[in-house]
Design a protein around this ligand. Sequence first.
Ligand code: C2O
Ligand code: CU
Length: 456
Amino acid sequence: MLLSGLAAALAPRMVLAAPESHSITARAVPRTLPGNAGPSTLWLYNEKYPLIFRAKRNEPFTAVFHNELREHSTIHWHGVRVPYGMDGVPYMPHDPVKPGDSFTYQFSPPDPGTFFFHPHCNTVEALGRGLAGVLIVEDPRDQGLFDLEHVLVLKDWRSRPDGSFGDFLTDAGAARAGTFGDLRTVNGEVMPTLTVPPGARVRLRILNVDSTRIPMLNLRGAANPVVIATDGNACDPFALNGWRLGPAMRADVAFIAPTKSGAEIVLEDVFSTRPRPLAKLVTAGDGLRSTKAVLRLPAAELPMPDLKAATTLDIQLLAGSLDPALESWAKQNGVSVDELCLTQKVFWSINRQTWPGAAHDRKPPPLFELKSGRSYVAELFNGTPHQHPMHLHGHTFRVLSSSERDLPPHWADTVLVRPKERIRIGFVAGQPGDWMFHCHIIEHQETGMMSYLRVA
Ligand code: C2O
Ligand code: CU
């Protein structure tokens, strides 16, 4: 009696102390994109672009997802080492969330950093219409390291001036570098201007949520900007200097703002002959004097692969082909396999296996079967003429080396593999499950460059 009375007295306080639960509603919303005459039908989370959530490392994060789209959907927490049941890939393992239905995602993010979330169904159109959000996982160890931070979400839109969208997946794009949008935005704006106090220690969390474009980032006007985190994970700082940010990749960049007021710093893409300005930072307000600036984050705490004991996995990124039986039939009958591939929209493969379309429910065999807790080194070779940002779900891997360039070793969940390049990544197989491994140029993913690793 006494105990239950006590429990009742405590209950309201316990409810108050319960971690906050977020609500995420996906919905079609008419919005006029900058410079357009007419509205576009965007698909947004909570009618915001971009929606930004903050979570705390190792503390429960709950988000109730309501699907108000006309098609089924899911939320994939890109780069977060979530339990397998929370990974948000349809049928792997949870069913897609039907229109009008809800699903509760709950996990305690183990790693701090800059992450994002997006659907894993009809991804090319969903991302194309703006369905992506930012998840920042805060680390108490970062306290006081920076005076301020800005989140910069890069995305292009394939909208026409009247607001209508062009095709999100084109054969010409899917078979090559992807279909590009012409309207380039940061946080949904063309060349936004942000302010920073003079002399401030600035942290930029830059995310590329575009499905296609691979900018080379520079900060004109900033003295020695450094990358302090890759895909959210702390790294030994290295010069920004044109760092390529493929689709789904993130870079946290730090620098000290100029000490005089009115100074301009421009984030630009230097991929083309003429640098393309993307956003502007202007110094304004009271000056800060950071005498002891240390532009680096506390070290990442991730499972370090044991390279000596690691098993090697050979992974080849190749053009698509059909299954061997069909291929030999085609040969005997004098039919060009390329033609067959085209009609079936298979342009790409991983180790000659393909998984075309959004057919998550028809699973091919896994690319590899791994043992949880064991170390692996995957050698990714790109035998195609295009770059591929390759993403592994549920794991953060160590990018070890490249055959073609000096690559600072760093942690990532998505790694850009250039043509003819061989990149070695190392990781410890995580929780049991079927973890997707695919190119994040979504048109490549949806035309065959998609597979999964089975961890048992
Ligand atoms: Cu961000 Cu499987 O994707
Ligand atoms: Cu690709």
